[in-house]
Each structure stands twice: as structure tokens, then as C-alpha cells.
Design a protein around this ligand. Structure first.
Ligand code: NAD
Length: 541
């Protein structure tokens, strides 16, 4: 029971550490990385507040050094899925009835733990597990996750303040109830912040959650769970399981108490999830919420008079940071014919200086891609491009998986705007460029809009405001996050709420009020202070 209307502590974006040479932050992170690199972590599932170990284990594979051993995670069975659902439902009533300030305090504490004592640990885990450089890790596992946790609390308070108007003698109120049932969170490998946000945003709004992280993020997911526990999350509220994705889906989506799915991952998986939910619709007690942020084929478009160096820099950062494994990564570019040589020169000059290797070496801008299947897939696209009459490798194209899954930053030039790497999501460090005739810039915008099934992020470069206006309108539905004179990556919580439509998802904008609204079911209460005592209306006199 709340005994006051409480004000939140100040909430702002977490400052990003630079890890520049000579800083204590750099030294601290390196020390933690080295210690974790030498240790073996035994990673349990986490059900009903208990660590669950089955003995059926999988090795955690650091993508940049796949033979190195940093630990193992325990795989569960159908029985663990059922246990996770049951304990979530058992925890539901008490959690849903907990006062808002106590729920909020748990997640504010989790944010402060990551900002402080857990920062190096969660960053080092992400460097080891997902092969992120120190900076890529810092903006993900530390800053973005902290921002998600803190801003979601602020958004929750704003939602609670949204109240209907009342008239004399009547008091109208709106209550924001958690969903009836449990929420299923399914997270991808590429962002530790997303892994933390998918279960916690639903839990913050009073829901109980079954969370299945990607196997390729199990090591850093374990640290996220450790933080939630340390922050005081009660048992059963978030249950983390490492179970077969398809078998888990089959059980969860057939359960009558399934109330919503919070998914981030690839488009095909999400479409299949939606289809399964649709075919099971008669089984549920309530219409489930379906929230999914999925794939992208993100573009950079250049107007003939835009600055070439700025475009080349945006392409390099946008396409190759974190090896292009961001849903927002620039993967297709449209460059005017008259400027291509200039852009190419800058692009290639910058690419020549890019170093690739272990994230432990802070000189590296790039490291390895996530796993062997991704490596093989990317290599097959590059090999086909090498053979194709419609494609030419402008830079890179070498792949080596002897120690880690390393793919050189690769630039493909194509004469076909519908060449496969202009349309399909590759999810790796491969950028394809189509050079368009300058006088067809308006037609080229149609190509940008109509080439892929996705609509996640995109960027245009022009200093001409009429062009900016025209392109912004022409590409209105081509991206949920649209950038003018900037790279299409690096969205910040509370600054650029993130998500796309078409094949890219339900566009519920992760880290925003719009997302949190999906995890509640409002109840309107009308109370009449002095109820009437005569059924007749005055017109009847
Ligand atoms: P993925 O689709 O392979 O896996 C995502 C999650 O779904 C994992 O936990 C996986 O185990 C699970 N899964 C796989 N098959 C399933 C099934 N049949 N039923 C239920 N769950 C299943 O994606 P990934 O490789 O981990 O991540 C990369 C993808 O995620 C890319 O497509 C990328 O664009 C997308 N992504 C999108 C956003 C966004 O905000 N739009 C952000 C990050 C990543």
C-alpha cells in the first residue's frame, strides 16, 4: 500500500566511459576481462529463485578464440519450461500486488549495480561472449541497459499519471493492471541490453516472465540475471531457461495462461511465432500481446551534393562496428555516379586502417562474428559475389575461421539494385553499394523504399533542405528510425526510441512508454459519489 505520491530520483542517460589509454576505467576493464578469461563459469538456469543445473552442458564459445574455454551453461528440458511457467504463475499475485515504488526500486537498484560494481563484469562478459570491443560493449551492456532500466521506471510513473477526467459527483480513475497470465521474453545474441530489457520491462509493469536468452549470449545473460537477483528481484518473477527454442515455443504458445511475447530476433522466427499464436488463439484466456523487433536491411542514401568524407565515415561506422551485427547496421548504400570515386577513396582509405582481432586488444575496431554458422553464411554470400557478373568486391572479402570467426570488412559494388546482398539481411560486415545516375536521384529513392521487406533504419545525406524534405517524405515508411546526415546506428534510449515496421517488427519502440503500454491492461473505474435514487429523468416530468 502506497502512503505517498513519491518522486523519482533524477534520471538521465548514463555517461559513456571512453576507456582511453591511461584511464583507470580501461585498466579496470582489462583486469576483469583477464580474470574472467582465465576462469570457468558454470552457468545455471534460474527458476523460482533457484539455480538449476542439469549436467547436460554446452560450452560457451568466445567467437574470437573458439577453442578457448570460459565455461559452460546447463541445458534444460520440456520439464524446465513447464516449471518456469508454473513458478511464474505462482509468483504472479504477490508480485502484481507489490507497490509500484518497491517494484521500481528493484530495477533502479539493478541500474545502479551495473553503473557501479557490476560494470566491468557485464562489459567483460559481453566482450568475451559476443566479441564486442570495449566501446561497443560499454554503449550496450552498460549504458543502454542502465538507460532501459532507469527510463522505464520514469515512463511507468508517467503512464500511471495518465488519468481520465471526472465530472461533478463522479470520480473516474484508470488502473494499470499487469496482463493476466505470464509473458514470454525471447532475446537475441547481439545486445546484452536487449536481453536485460525484454524480461525486465514486462516485469516492471507487474508481469511474471519466462525468459529464454539466445544460447550465444548465455554467459552475459547470466550476469544480467545475477544483477537482477542482487537487486532483490523476488523468486519466480523472471525465470531464465536455456531450452530448445522450438520445443519451448511449442509448450509456451499452447499454454492457456500465455499472455504476451516480447521478442527480438530475426524476421522469419517472429513470423513463425505469430503464426503459431494465431493457430492457438482459441486456447488462450486472453488475447496475447505480440511484440517483436526483428531484422533490417538498413540504407544510406547520398544526394549528389553531399560531403563524401562524411558519407564514407558514416558507412564505415554504420556498416562495420560490431562486425555489422546490429539490426540497424548500414548494409546497402546508394551513391551518385559523379561522387562514387571520391566516396570510394575515403571509404577504402579508412578501411585500410581498420584493425581486426580480439576485443582484448583495444586497438581493434572490429572482432569476430558470433558463430560458425554465421561465418559460413557470410562467406557464402562473399564467395557468390566474387563469382557474380553483377558484383565486384571493392574491399575485403577474406574470411578466416582458424582461431576465431573473422570476416574482413567487405564492400561489394553491384550493378543490380536488386542483387541478393541489396535485399537480404546478412547480419555481418558486408556493405553493398549501388551507384545511381545523378539525374535519377528521385527514382533512386523509390528503389530505396521498395527494395527490401524491411523498414528498420535508414540515413540520407544532403545539405539541401528541399532534398531533405523530399527524401524524408519519399522514405516515410522505409524506416522506423530515420537519420539525416548521420549513420543509421547508435539509437539512445529516451533520445531515439527504437523500432521499425514492415518486416522489421511491430514498432513498439523499445525503451519507451509505447513499449510499456503493451505490458499492461488498463481498467477504467467510474465511481459515483452520491448515486441517484429515482430512475426517472427530468424530461419525463
Ligand atoms: P534469432 O532469430 O536466430 O534468435 C533470436 C531468439 O529466438 C533466440 O533466443 C533464439 O533461440 C530464439 N528462437 C530461434 N528459433 C525459435 C523458434 N522457432 N521459436 C522461438 N524462438 C526461437 O536471432 P539472433 O541471431 O539471435 O539475432 C539476430 C537477429 O535479431 C537479426 O535478424 C537482427 O536484425 C535481429 N535484431 C533486431 C533488433 C531490433 O530491435 N529490431 C535488435 C537486435 C537484433
Amino acid at each position: 500500500m502506497s502512503k505517498g505520491t513519491f518522486k523519482l530520483p533524477p534520471i538521465d542517460n548514463e555517461p559513456i566511459r571512453s576507456y582511453a589509454p591511461g584511464t583507470t576505467d580501461r585498466e579496470g576493464l582489462q583486469k576483469t576481462y583477464d580474470a574472467m578469461w582465465r576462469e570457468q563459469l558454470d552457468i545455471p538456469m534460474f527458476i523460482n529463485g533457484e539455480e538449476v543445473r542439469t549436467g547436460d552442458t554446452q560450452r560457451v564459445i568466445p567467437p574470437h578464440d573458439h577453442k578457448h574455454n570460459v565455461g559452460q551453461y546447463h541445458l534444460g528440458t520440456d520439464e524446465h519450461v513447464n516449471q518456469a511457467i508454473k513458478t511464474a504463475l505462482d509468483a504472479k499475485e504477490e508480485w502484481a500486488n507489490m507497490s509500484v515504488q518497491n517494484r521500481a526500486a528493484i530495477f533502479l537498484k539493478a541500474a545502479d549495480l551495473i553503473a557501479g560494481p557490476y560494470r566491468n563484469k557485464i562489459n567483460a562478459a559481453t566482450m568475451i561472449n559476443q566479441s564486442k570491443t570495449a566501446f561497443q560493449t560499454e554503449i550496450d551492456a552498460a549504458c543502454e541497459l542502465i538507460d532501459f532500466l532507469r527510463f522505464n521506471v520514469k515512463y511507468m510513473y508517467e503512464i500511471l499519471e495518465e488519468q481520465p477526467s471526472s465530472s461533478t459527483g463522479v470520480w473516474n480513475r484508470m488502473e494499470y493492471r499487469p496482463l493476466e497470465g505470464f509473458v514470454f521474453a525471447i532475446s537475441p545474441f547481439n545486445f546484452t541490453a536487449i536481453a536485460g530489457n525484454l524480461p525486465s520491462s514486462a516485469a516492471l509493469m507487474g508481469n511474471v516472465v519466462v525468459w529464454k536468452p539466445s544460447f550465444h549470449q548465455a554467459y552475459s545473460a547470466h550476469i544480467v540475471m545475477e544483477v537482477f537477483r542482487k537487486a532483490g528481484l523476488p523468486k519466480g518473477v523472471i525465470n531464465m531457461i536455456f531450452t530448445d527454442p522450438q520445443e519451448t515455443a511449442d509448450i509456451v504458445f499452447a499454454h492457456p495462461d500465455f499472455a504476451g511475447v516480447h521478442f527480438t530476433g530475426s524476421t522469419d522466427v517472429f513470423k513463425k511465432i505469430w503464426q503459431t499464436i494465431g493457430s492457438n488463439i482459441f486456447k488462450y484466456k486472453t488475447y496475447p500481446r505480440i511484440v517483436g523487433e526483428t531484422g533490417g536491411k538498413d540504407f544510406v542514401w547520398m544526394y549528389p551534393e553531399a560531403p563524401a568524407l562524411e558519407v564514407a565515415t558514416a558507412l564505415n561506422r554504420g556498416a562495420f562496428e560490431f562486425q555489422g551485427q546490429k539490426c540497424s547496421a548500414a548494409s546497402r548504400a546508394y551513391i551518385p555516379e559523379s561522387r562514387w570515386n571520391e566516396v570510394k577513396t575515403h571509404l577504402v582509405n579508412q578501411l585500410k586502417s581498420i584493425q581486426m582481432g580480439s576485443p582484448r586488444d583495444f586497438n581493434n575496431f572490429m572482432t569476430a562474428v558470433i558463430h560458425e554458422a554465421s561465418f559460413d553464411k557470410l562467406k557464402s554470400y562473399i564467395d557468390r559475389a566474387k563469382q557474380s557478373d553483377e558484383a565486384e568486391i571493392v574491399f575485403g572479402g577474406n574470411c578466416d575461421k582458424s582461431k576465431g570467426y573473422f570476416i574482413e570488412p567487405t564492400v561489394i559494388l553491384t550493378s543490380n539494385p536488386h542483387y541478393e546482398t541489396m535485399e537480404e539481411e546478412l547480419f555481418g560486415p558486408v556493405l553493398t553499394i549501388y551507384v545511381y545516375p545523378d539525374n535519377e536521384w528521385k527514382e533512386s529513392l523509390k528503389l530505396v523504399d521498395q527494395t527490401s521487406i524491411y523498414a528498420l533504419t535508414g540515413a540520407i545525406f544532403s545539405d539541401d533542405r528541399y532534398v531533405v524534405e523530399y527524401a524524408t517524405k519519399a522514405l516515410e515508411n522505409a524506416a522506423g528510425n530515420f537519420y539525416v546526415n548521420d549513420k543509421p546506428t547508435g539509437a539512445v534510449v529516451n533520445q531515439q526510441p527504437f523500432g521499425g515496421a514492415r518486416g522489421s517488427g511491430t514498432n513498439d519502440k523499445a525503451g519507451s512508454k509505447w513499449n510499456l503500454l503493451r505490458w499492461i491492461s488498463p481498467r477504467t473505474i467510474k465511481e459515483t459519489l452520491v448515486p441517484p435514487t429515482d430512475y426517472r429523468y427530468p424530461f419525463m416530468d
